[in-house]
Design a protein around this ligand. Sequence first.
Ligand SMILES: Cc1cc2nc3c(=O)[nH]c(=O)nc-3n(C[C@H](O)[C@H](O)[C@H](O)COP(=O)(O)OP(=O)(O)OC[C@H]3O[C@@H](n4cnc5c(N)ncnc54)[C@H](O)[C@@H]3O)c2cc1C
Length: 405
Amino acid sequence: MERYDYILAGGGAAGLSLAYRMMHGGLDDARVLIVDLAEKDRNDRTWCFWSDREELLDPIVSHRWSHIWFHGPQRSHRWALNPYEYRMIRGIDFYTLVRQDLAGRARVDTVNGRIAEIVDGRISDGSPAEVILEDGRRFAGDWVFDSLFLPRDFTVDTRRYHFLKQHFVGWFVRTREPVFDPDAATMFDLRVPQRGAFRFMYLLPTSPTESLVEYTLFSERLLEREEYEGEIRSYMEIHYPGVEYEVVEAEDGIIPMTDQPFPRRGGERIMYIGTKGGRVKASTGFAFHRMQRDADAIVASLRDHGNPFQVPGPPRRYATFDAMLLSILHRRGEFASQRVFVDLFERNPLPRLWRFLNEDGGLGENIALMSTVPWGPFIAAWFRVRARRLFRRRGSRRDATGASR
Ligand SMILES: Cc1cc2nc3c(=O)[nH]c(=O)nc-3n(C[C@H](O)[C@H](O)[C@H](O)COP(=O)(O)OP(=O)(O)OC[C@H]3O[C@@H](n4cnc5c(N)ncnc54)[C@H](O)[C@@H]3O)c2cc1C
């Protein structure tokens, strides 16, 4: 059985980001294996994130927006993002960049196959972890980074935690005439019927005639495909009347939004990364930029401590903010779209909001931001979050007593 220093079980956003950053972060002499069931030769998604600095992946950024549109129920705004930019990376460009970078490295292998099982090893006796494929191939590794997240197997204890799905269908449309504003991404267009949940349209125009138009909901229940597509169609009719367009590509997705903790350790030698490692921000669904930071932190931990687990987390208060926002989105999704998000965007300088969403802002800045949202629902949400925490604590005490009997 071949033995590696690091095995990436899953070579999607998190796995490939980590492999790439290992190679560019001083671990390029390590023996590395990447296992994925897919060839990653399709543009299966696009990732966007905001940043105010140069980033390692800048060479493959396919579009940058210096402005955003925000359409609330009453007013529309076009704001400059300065000093931030909203950047887009196409999945296929990312996969190609990493594949080409790794192809030239003698100590890196990639294997195409379905992983059936990952078995932990023991640090005390030096036994490695093992990655076992469905076809029987086995690989040993000192550390295994597992990003095999299966939405259908994912469950949340909803008595104790909030759980919403961010679900969407997007069309990449091409119009005959120039109608889009390629300097401004539409983060939220809330002028769509809310029907009791938080719903919005998200637009990423890459030229005056090309844009992603995506219908997105934060809710518990998924829709039928025709419902998402019907909403996109009627949005185009209302906001671009008479404009002819063709759909050149489509994307869809379901991203979990929950305050249930995601364990980072899958065992002594297994670390969870990506969605499986809780890198999706619970209240927004943004993950890609967080995975880049996480990958850098893991590389630093491996280099400095010889294990991957010494990664700093954000201050605890951000988990509370996420839980409060989730609670409001869950109970009063329509109110969130009519008031909370409108206040967050209209009553804060954008850099403050971006720092908050990137979990970078200091406590003073967080308080300034929270003072701009309607207090009543947030105070009620805070009590609900505290109540759930108490319920969880009691529950785990009860479980512990039961277990010791
Ligand atoms: C369409 C879409 C658009 C998104 N856009 C954004 C965005 O704009 N900004 C943002 O921050 N986030 C975005 N996200 C959320 C998040 O960044 C992505 O979902 C991201 O790809 C998650 O990374 P991951 O590594 O956890 O999972 P993935 O990228 O899905 O990687 C998991 C990998 O594991 C492989 N795999 C699964 N099971 C097995 C198995 N048994 N054996 C072998 N391999 C296996 C899969 O083939 C896949 O390559 C988006 C998500 C989707 C679906």
